[in-house]
Design a protein around this ligand. Structure first.
Ligand code: GRF
Length: 249
């Protein structure tokens, strides 16, 4: 299953795992046609009431719930693997998925599972570091810079190799909510680009280069519209060819 994309053409078949509102899922959906490297074929959640399921329904993407709580991990893993196989999934993007991905699934998708975390790993990661806890911790240490990290998923929380990061300034008077909003906006720009970068590499049968932003470049300038910000980030990361004119005007 995990090696099925080599030699095939067309967008890489992606599943998104989400436990919450799924705004990153939405960002991945909104950019997939322009970027063309991945196509989301499944939304998987551990929660029946996840907002992401409603987004999937509206977008015509199949949504499935695989419960985790109170079940033996092997049972969850077996059900997940069966669903992933049913949809011929080649890569998985975690988008606010608050459960540990079972080791059997991690092993079935080596270097094919990405997560987005709202801080610059390895700082502010690990168990318990999610949502407002992350931003509270950033503010408590007085850090001047934070920002999202896209990384490969391993068998523990937030430990896999980093694929992409983007710095976001912490501003005087920030609360966990204002900081979360500034970081989330950049997550929505960065994740589809990093996901596409991985999928393009998969189709070409090579490992993706880690994406490093040059120096101190804060892309969150309120004056820019989303499309020009995406292009600015893509260009800085060496991904300009992912955003060809005129699809990103
Ligand atoms: C994001 O902050 C992401 O970094 C983290 O969980 C949050 C998910 O938000 N992994 P959403 O459900 O995508 O809106």
């Amino acid at each position: 299953m995990a090696n099925s994309s080599e030699g095939e053409a067309g967008p890489v078949r992606a599943a998104v795992f989400a436990s919450g509102s799924g705004s990153n899922f939405q960002a991945l959906l909104d950019r997939q046609d322009d970027l063309g490297a991945y196509g989301i074929v499944l939304l998987l959640s551990d929660r029946q009431d996840a907002g992401a399921l409603e987004r999937a329904r509206k977008a015509g993407v199949p949504g499935r719930v695989v419960p985790v709580k109170g079940r033996p991990p092997e049972e969850t893993a077996a059900e997940m693997l069966a669903v992933l196989e049913e949809y011929a999934v080649e890569v998985i993007f975690l988008a606010g998925y608050l459960r540990l991905v079972p080791p059997q699934v991690v092993r079935a998708f080596p270097r094919r599972i990405l997560n987005i975390h709202p801080a610059l790993l390895p700082a502010f990661g690990g168990k318990g570091m999610w949502g407002h806890h992350v931003h509270q911790a950033v503010l408590a240490t007085g850090a001047a810079v934070t920002g999202p990290t896209v990384h490969f998923v391993e068998e523990e929380y937030d430990t896999g190799p980093i694929l992409a990061q983007w710095p976001v300034p912490v501003r005087a008077g920030d609360t966990p909510d204002t900081l979360a909003a500034r970081v989330l906006r950049v997550e929505h720009l960065l994740y589809p680009l990093a996901a596409s970068h991985l999928c393009r590499a998969l189709r070409e049968g090579r490992p993706p280069e880690p994406l490093r932003p040059p120096g101190e470049c804060f892309a969150v300038l309120e004056a820019h519209d989303e499309s020009s910000l995406v292009r600015q980030i893509a260009r800085a990361l060496g991904l300009a060819s992912l955003c060809p004119f005129p699809r990103f005007p």
